[in-house]
Ligand binder design. Sequence first.
Ligand SMILES: [Zn+2]
Length: 296
Amino acid sequence: MTPQPLFFRAGLVLLSLLPLAGAGSAAAQSPAPDSLQGLRVALDVGHSLQNQGAGSARGVGEFHFNQATARVVRDILTSAGAHVVMINENGDLPDLLRRTDLALEKQCDVFLSIHHDSCHQKYKQKWLVDGAPQEYADQFSGFGVFCSQKHPQAQLSRQYATILGHAMLAAGFHPALHHHEAIEGENRPFIDEAAGVYEYSDLIVVKRTAMPAALLECGVIVNRDEELRVKTREYQEQLAKAVAQAFAECLSQGVLQPGSGARLSPTPRGGPVAPVSPPEDKKGLLRRLFERPQKP
Ligand SMILES: [Zn+2]
């Protein structure tokens, strides 16, 4: 664990004033109409039509959950005065580096990638949905936030991700902590365990972005109940308000600054990059989603 900087403790006090509620029940405050004025947000819809990411307990591709939630997040952020650039809204931009480049071209001040979560294969059980075999794991639920220590502004990304995790808590959501388990494919270090914030340094969209970047897992869709919950308008709006509150908090603390995206230099390219080309099979998806750490 790393000690939290002083300025963040002040932010906690502010966030703790927000009403608490169970995830999905209306509680988070709507953002003030001008609270995000001037902020340019790159909102990335995770995965694509061709590679839809995780499968839900009922066999629906993650991309569809990401798209629906991101659109609600866009609307709430826009109502608070932000300028939102949707990236991969229709699922036709599988190239992750192209997404980060686009965020830079559009002079965005912050990058948020919207995803929905799964779990390790070993926990999944089988059931039939409309006669078709599907997999579920009901023991995992909640949100997660990921950022990269290899980001060019790693400290800002870390502060932004931590504020986002705490805003989710304040809105009544609970963190999913299973990515910390010491097994192959997980084993993610915590940045802030209580707020569900993890380090995932080689995740491309949070590493190769020029502006502060985080990835939000909005809920666990391999959980049969949570799959139904995350699809509700109430859940999506609650989450969107939490995101708006987090951005407002970042602005008040100087973690994010309107106009900063216009001053950024081209996306840093340090370190090795995994191939970004097809084939569009499972291995190809993994290659494109995760960069392998550089071997010494
Ligand atoms: Zn995903």
